[in-house]
Each structure stands twice: as structure tokens, then as C-alpha cells.
Design a protein around this ligand. Structure first.
Ligand SMILES: [Zn+2]
Length: 116
């Protein structure tokens, strides 16, 4: 738990921000983002505060889970494709409060037409 981290605060108080947790496991959660790039855009992050990939004890398990969830939800939402974006230390480069120092993977569903 890192008191200055928005993700840690969300996990300690689910009412902290208006968000929607779509999946929760023992070690990680998946949550819709507040400003989605496309319909269904969500992020996956570990429950324990992990600042960057080199601190992650089981990166293989994390990537495996991300792909599992990306496949599960994009099939459900009939998105034929998706893009994954890993945020690793981005907050150190950009003075933007929306960039947090807690590792997370974006899953951005891609649709043929009509849906954005
Ligand atoms: Zn955190």
C-alpha cells in the first residue's frame, strides 16, 4: 500500500473514484478506465504496489493473466482485436496526475467500424 498511489487508494476504498472493477483475482484486478480510448478499455494491475517491471516477482504470470483477460473480454464484447499498452515508469516522464507509479497494462479493444 502506497498512500500517494491512486490505484492503492482505489483498492483500499472502492468508492475512491468512479470506476468499475470487472474482474478480481488473488493477486490482480481488472478495472474499466474513466476515459476510455475505445468501448471496454480496461487496465490490469497487481494488488500489491509495484512501481516498475523490475520489481515484479512474477512478470510471466502477469502477462499470462493480461492475455487471458484480454481474450475473455474482447470475445464477450465482440471486438475482433485488441492493443496492449504497458505503463512502466511513464509517470516519471510526464507531469500528469493521471499517470500513476503503479504498474498497469491497458487492454484496448479494437472494433471493425461503428464502435470507437
Ligand atoms: Zn500503488
Amino acid at each position: 500500500m502506497n498512500n500517494t498511489c491512486v490505484f492503492c487508494r482505489i483498492l483500499s476504498d472502492p468508492k475512491h473514484l468512479d470506476h468499475e472493477i470487472i474482474w478480481e483475482g488473488e493477486k490482480c484486478v481488472a478495472m474499466k478506465v474513466i476515459h476510455p480510448e475505445t468501448e471496454g478499455h480496461f487496465i490490469v494491475f497487481p494488488k500489491l504496489h509495484v512501481g516498475e517491471m523490475t520489481e515484479m516477482s512474477d512478470p510471466g504470470d502477469f502477462f499470462e493473466l493480461v492475455v487471458f483477460l484480454a481474450e475473455k473480454f474482447t470475445k464477450k464484447w465482440r471486438a475482433p482485436a485488441y492493443v496492449l499498452k504497458l505503463n512502466n515508469n511513464v509517470y516519471k516522464l510526464e507531469n500528469d496526475p493521471m499517470h500513476v507509479g503503479h504498474i498497469h497494462m491497458h487492454v484496448i479493444p479494437k472494433y471493425l467500424t461503428g464502435k470507437t
